[in-house]
Ligand binder design. Structure first.
Ligand SMILES: [Zn+2]
Length: 415
């Protein structure tokens, strides 16, 4: 996988010192010209712990009150060159602006991600992505150009057209959501094409935890003939994480982001442990986020990884949104834990999970495309491994709708 960058093997002291140097150097300017942060930041700060958290609600309310872009602007508006929006998974989309410098920072953030996956200038990278206002793989495309790879857009194509383009252009790397990787393999089979025999050798996935869920990753690797890597990022924060050869989690790029973990019960933020991921970006100074509560539930581990990096690792990737955790008869479960079981069974296609509140009791119901006996075995495994009862209904393959982008397989209802 080649050599590591100096920041990838920082000691704790080197990391803390460099991160604070980079952030504190910009605080005076933010206090002076950025209306949003000048109202938030204390007049003096001797460390990260002196700065307040930023929430998505803070940013949304600010944009509602000061349309269309809010007041988190460090520079006059004519300095900005790109607009992106959040995908709107939770609430109204946020608008994010970038300057030429911050867009360059995004491109730079992709270099360690590609390097960890062994992607080089010799590769042809296919982006199965719509290229709409959602930042998604826009920055990955720009980062791949910077790397010197051949970038192949898969925008405005049907799934069948994308399969044909991957084969015809001899793409070696695929970028898409985990769900869509499996959808591409399925569509290829219907056309009599076996993508595992194509030139594809690596895939990088974002938008869902799938590539860090062993059963999902193994299925992608088998069906596409690739080594699959996970990537984490957010429109309002940046492209921050990537999986390495250890394949047991996601490292955060700590040269470009400060990562903390917030214990939501005590309100205490630490360097590692279990809780909500809090990120500060170091390079998007035109519209920064400082101590931003991502809403992602993680377990952060420090120490040297088998890949040689000392960058903090989110064990098992991002388990889910803090809001997605459900409690069934006193047991806390993330939908990703159910996916980890469902995907292990041969012959399972698409699936859905529904949490229904029936007479003050939460009940979990799973619908899967599989034969009845497989559905029964899935229910048994969920009960055995997670300690919860889940009704599993079997439906005919092809019954459930397919997803193009981010999958929404989990729903909560009140009965
Ligand atoms: Zn590693």
């Amino acid at each position: 996988m080649g050599g590591l960058d100096a920041f990838e093997t920082w000691t704790d002291a080197e990391r803390r010192r460099t991160q604070w140097e980079r952030l504190s150097a910009k605080l005076p300017e933010l206090r002076r010209t950025n209306e949003f942060y000048s109202a938030k930041l204390p007049p003096r700060a001797s460390g990260l712990g002196d700065l307040p958290f930023t929430t998505k609600a803070d940013l949304s309310e600010d944009q509602d009150a000061h349309p269309p872009f809010g007041t988190n602007l460090t520079y006059p508006i004519d300095r900005y060159v790109r607009l992106h929006q959040t995908s709107g998974t939770t609430g109204r989309p946020l608008r994010l602006l970038d300057t030429p410098e911050s867009w360059e920072w995004w491109r730079e953030c992709w270099q360690p991600i590609y390097r960890a996956a062994g992607v080089t200038a010799q590769d042809r990278i296919f982006f199965a992505f719509s290229f709409g206002p959602f930042v998604g793989f826009w920055s990955a495309f720009a980062g791949a150009e910077r790397l010197g790879a051949l970038c192949l857009t898969g925008g405005a194509m049907t799934t069948t057209e994308r399969v044909a383009a991957i084969v015809a252009m001899e793409a070696t790397v695929l970028m898409c959501t985990p769900t869509y990787a499996l959808r591409l393999a399925e569509a290829a089979r219907e056309e009599g094409i076996d993508l595992s025999r194509s030139a594809l050798r690596v895939s990088i996935h974002a938008g869902e935890p799938g590539a860090s869920i062993p059963a999902t990753r193994e299925r992608i690797e088998k069906e596409l003939g690739v080594e699959a890597f996970d990537h984490t990022g957010a429109t309002e924060v940046g492209a921050h994480g990537f999986s390495c050869s250890a394949r047991d989690g996601v490292h955060i790029n700590e040269a470009a982001f400060i990562a903390e973990v917030l214990d939501t019960t005590t309100g205490e933020a630490r360097d590692d442990g279990e809780g909500e991921l809090v990120l500060t970006n170091l390079g998007r100074w035109g519209m920064p986020v400082i101590r931003y509560r991502t809403g992602d539930r993680v377990t952060a581990v420090r120490g040297r990884c088998s890949c040689g990096r000392t960058l903090v690792k989110l064990a098992g990737g991002i388990a889910g949104r803090v809001d997605d955790m459900v409690t069934v008869r006193g047991v806390n479960v993330f939908p990703s834990a159910i996916e980890a079981i469902v995907r292990r069974f041969e012959g399972v296609g698409e699936y859905r999970i529904a949490l229904a509140r029936v007479r003050e009791m939460d009940e979990l119901r799973c619908t899967i495309e599989a034969p009845l006996d497989v559905a029964e075995r899935v229910a048994g495994a969920i009960h055995r491994e997670l300690g919860i009862r889940c009704t599993v209904d079997a439906v005919v393959p092809g019954t459930l709708p397919r997803f193009e982008m981010k999958a929404k397989r989990f729903s909560k209802t009140n009965v």
